[in-house]
Design a protein around this ligand. Structure first.
Ligand SMILES: Nc1ncnc2c1ncn2[C@@H]1O[C@H](COP(=O)(O)OP(=O)(O)O)[C@@H](O)[C@H]1O
Ligand SMILES: N[C@@H](CCC(=O)OP(=O)(O)O)C(=O)O
Length: 360
C-alpha cells in the first residue's frame, strides 16, 4: 500500500469512542485498531492519543451520592482509563501489536528536562515496535493545570515527537464554513497559512467533548506552523484512517497546509510552553516591528520597556507588544533581577536569543 506519511499521531476524540448513551463503542474502537494495524503493516509509525476515559468510566459506575465535577472526572477516569487501555490491549493483541500506556499532565511539559524525558519514553516504545497510547492523567490533573482538551495534548505530542502529520478524529467530517447543521454549508478542504477561521466556528460542543472545534482550529494552526500537516476528519466513518493516507485527495476532511522548513525541537517546546511562563517582557513598537520583520533577530534589552514577574535564567517568558497583546514566548537568557538592570540599554547581550524565541 502506498501511503502519504510514515510517521503520524492520531487523536481519537471522546465522541468517536462514546455511543449516544455514553457507553464505550467497542465496534468503532475495533475498526480503528484494525486500520492502525493495517497502516503499521504498510510501514507507518503511529502514536495514538485517545480520549474516552471519562466517557467509558461514566457508564460503569453509579455514584452513591451527587459528586462535584472534579470528583466525577477523577472517579470516572480512574475506572474508565483502565477499561479503555484494556480494550486497546486486547484489540491490538489480535494483530500481534504490543501497546503501552502513557498518562501525562500539562506540568510534564513544563521543564525541558521533563519534556525530554517523556520524549525519550515514547521514542524507546516506537523503536521497540510498541504503539504508545497517550491520554491526560485525569485522576491527578486539577482544573487550572489541565490541558484545554486532548486536542492540545495531541498537538504537543505531534510536535514533541516530530511527526509528519497529526490526524484529529472527531464526530464530524471537518471544519464547516458555517454551522455544520445549516443547509448549504460545506467542509473547508484546505486551510492555508494565516487564514482566520474564527467566523466559521460555533461555540457548541458535541455530547462528550471538552474543547470543541475552536481549540482544534487553534491547535491545528500552531502545529501546522511548525511544519506538521494537520487533518481534521470523521473518526466514525469506516476506513477513514487508511483512506486519508492512501487517497488524500478524494477523502473528505479539513487539511491544514504545513509551513515549509519546520522549526527546531527547542522552538517547538517553547511554542507549547506559554502556560508555564514565569514573567513578561513588554516591548516598544520598534522592537515589535523588528521581531515581526522578515529577518530572524534576537530580542535585545534596548527594545524592552518593562518587565513583569520574577524568573530565573532559562525560564519561559511571554513577549508582549506595545499594545499589551501577547505576541509570543521565549526562553530568557538571564534572571529577572539582571534583566531589570539592562532595560532599554544599548549594546547588551540578547534577553531572548533568536533560537529560543517563538512568535505567534
Ligand atoms: N464550523 C464548524 N465545523 C465543524 N464542527 C463545528 C463547527 N463549529 C462547531 N463545531 C462543533 O465541534 C464539534 C467537535 O468538537 P468536540 O466536541 O470537541 O469533539 P471531540 O470530542 O471529537 O474532540 C462538532 O461535533 C461540532 O458540533
Ligand atoms: N482525558 C479525557 C479526554 C477529555 C477531552 O478533552 O476529550 P476530547 O473532547 O476528545 O478532546 C478522557 O479520556 O476522558
Amino acid at each position: 500500500m502506498a501511503v502519504q506519511f510514515t510517521r503520524i499521531a492520531v487523536k481519537i476524540g471522546s465522541n468517536v469512542l462514546a455511543r449516544k448513551d455514553g457507553t464505550l463503542d467497542v465496534t468503532r474502537m475495533s475498526a480503528l485498531v484494525d486500520q492502525v494495524a493495517e497502516l503499521r503493516r504498510a510501514g507507518v509509525e503511529v502514536i495514538l492519543i485517545s480520549s474516552g476515559a471519562v466517557a467509558s468510566g461514566r457508564s460503569e459506575i453509579k455514584p452513591s451520592k451527587k459528586l462535584d465535577s472534579v470528583d466525577q472526572r477523577q472517579l470516572f477516569s480512574a475506572v474508565g482509563q483502565a477499561k479503555l487501555i484494556n480494550r486497546y490491549y486486547e484489540l491490538f493483541r489480535e494483530h500481534g501489536i504490543p501497546v503501552g500506556q502513557v498518562l501525562t499532565t500539562k506540568e510534564s511539559f513544563g521543564t525541558r528536562r521533563h519534556y525530554l524525558n517523556q520524549r525519550n519514553c515514547m521514542m524507546v516504545m516506537l523503536e521497540n515496535g510498541v504503539i504508545p497510547i497517550v491520554n491526560e492523567n485525569d485522576t491527578i490533573s486539577v482544573t487550572e493545570l489541565m490541558f484545554t482538551d486532548n486536542d492540545e495534548l495531541s498537538g504537543m505530542i505531534a510536535s514533541m515527537m516530530d511527526m509528519q502529520a497529526l490526524i484529529i478524529l472527531s464526530n464530524i467530517d471537518g471544519i464547516y464554513d458555517g454551522s455544520p447543521s445549516a443547509p448549504g454549508t460545506q467542509v473547508i478542504r484546505e486551510v492555508e497559512q494565516g487564514k482566520d477561521l474564527s467566523d466559521y466556528i460555533q461555540t457548541e460542543k458535541s455530547g462528550f467533548g471538552r474543547g470543541g472545534m475552536l481549540t482544534k482550529t487553534t491547535i491545528a494552526r500552531k502545529v501546522a506552523d511548525e511544519g506538521i500537516t494537520v487533518i481534521i476528519a470523521n473518526g466514525k466513518k469506516d476506513h477513514i484512517l487508511v483512506d486519508l493516507l492512501q487517497h488524500p485527495v478524494e477523502t473528505v476532511c479539513t487539511r491544514f497546509i504545513p509551513a515549509e522548513g519546520g522549526v527546531s525541537s527547542v522552538k517547538k517546546w517553547i511554542a507549547h510552553s506559554g502556560g508555564f511562563a514565569k514573567g513578561e517582557l513588554h516591548l516598544n513598537e520598534q522592537a515589535v516591528n523588528v521581531l515581526k520583520g522578515q529577518k530572524a533577530v534576537s530580542l535585545l534589552p534596548v527594545g524592552v520597556v518593562r518587565i513583569e514577574g520574577e524568573f530565573e535564567k532559562d525560564d519561559i517568558v511571554k513577549i508582549i507588544d506595545h499594545r499589551g497583546r501577547q505576541i509570543g514566548v521565549g526562553r530568557i537568557g538571564l534572571d529577572s533581577a539582571e534583566a531589570r538592570t539592562l532595560l532599554g540599554r544599548h549594546g547588551q547581550k540578547p534577553m531572548v536569543h533568536y533560537d529560543y524565541l517563538y512568535l505567534d
